[in-house]
Design a protein around this ligand. Sequence first.
Ligand code: HEC
Length: 502
Amino acid sequence: MRTILFLTTLALPLMAQDGGQLYGLYCSACHGADGKGATGGQFPPLAGSEWPLGNPDRAIKIVLHGLHQPIEVSGKTYNLEMPPQGAALPDDQISAILTYVRASWGNKASAVSVDQVKKVRAATANRKDHWTAEELLKLHPLENVKPPLANLISYYYKGSYQSMPDFSKLKAAAVEEEPSGLIDYSSYANTDGFAMVWEGELQTPAGKHEFSLDSDDGSRLFVDGAVVAEIKTIGPTGRTVKKAVDLKAGVHKIRVEYFEFSGNEGLSVGVKFAKEKRMQWLSKEKGKASGKSWPEIMLAPVDNRPAIYRNFIQGTTARGIGVGFPGQINIAYSADNLSMEMLWGGSFIDAGHHWTDRGVGYEPPAGETVFALSKQKAYAFASESATAWPAASQATTRFRGYQLSPQGNPTFLVEVAGARVFDGYESVTDPSPSLLRTLRVDGKPAQTVSLLVHSGAHEAAQPESFTVGELTVRITGGKFRYGTNVVMVDLTSPQAQLRYSW
Ligand code: HEC
């Protein structure tokens, strides 16, 4: 018996890596054993996704350094964070996993060699941050994505039009082929007084398909030579026109006319095929209301008082509380997990979805830079495992709501192990725009309590500061303690202050 065990352990490193087994260990928790995305599709699928196919460098980079910020996979947008795995997985295991992913669940792409992984690892050795989809698309565009419109040609006309001109009487100043297959005016964006026409071909199944058109200023959509939708006058986007059209299976001629008088521009054209739930966009712009069927109601602080939003926020738990502070600093606090789970810059949140639609589903932050901070119960005893955050913490906790200061800044109140923790937030601009978080402990907990500050990759781990990508978190009146992929603070002093800046 002993000899056999001994032989097995010896033999293992020599054996070829089993990609399927490794996938089960390192990827399936999030992407699903069937590749369809875990937790009912909250995570992006690898089955049928274009991202792991084609040039393997794209997927190797994602596995090595992780991925964050919005990504569109098979027509659906996700805005989550995939942790980097480069440190945990050697080259041969990454090669085996990706070879498996590229040949499973109907995916068909070539094997990924160990050498290829080695090359990419060496070339990206200095990289610190996660990748973004936008960055990767510039380096490695998706190969197999069929352009939405075939044989697309654009015509550009210079002139000050307040209604749709008669194009038969005009001469185009520029005619271009558009291999992207997307209706896109962006080369003329921010110039006033022009009109454009696009002509291309759309392959459709048989059925009643719903076309959608929105523009700033006017636009007109033709299918097979007939006007289907029209926005005649000058005005902003948000005047979406939808029209169902019965079409035979096959190729149909699409023509879009557009004029821009002055001010903002905007043009979105989409089609929702019969039996499909999703809009397929034929334009680069997905419309201000990207697939949304509700008007945008952008929330923002009023009179320098933070705006509070209590509804489903994508990236945090069901009982998420969003706070938009002055200075374009926003957070989502989870009343389930008792901590700030997300921090983002820029716009706060579009409430249109939930307010007008009694909407189902989660609304993502409206801002650009989103930092995912933690996604687990935030309190545990300091005596519990220090290497990884305790999954089943022994500390009893209770959310006691929040108070607002006279300026409108929230302090969340948590009862933990017999003490009370006041977790307060405010934005400051001096010396640079930052979020200040003040942790005050009232009473004495049964044992020393630790608070999870961040779970996931981080760098520059110092007692007084760490970074997550471009975000720097500093503490005064306490020290950070680090475990495997977690940052915590032991609540030993009556007050500690954290400063988040980027
Ligand atoms: C902790 C969860 C998690 C694990 C583990 C994980 N991923 Fe991901 N993965 C994600 C998330 C979340 C995204 C999307 C990130 C975003 O929104 O920017 C993603 C995106 C991707 C993408 C691009 C989008 C797509 O769906 O095609 C690929 C490819 C990918 N992951 C491969 C892998 C592979 C291979 C593994 C295992 C080595 C793995 N991931 C492990 C969460 C995870």
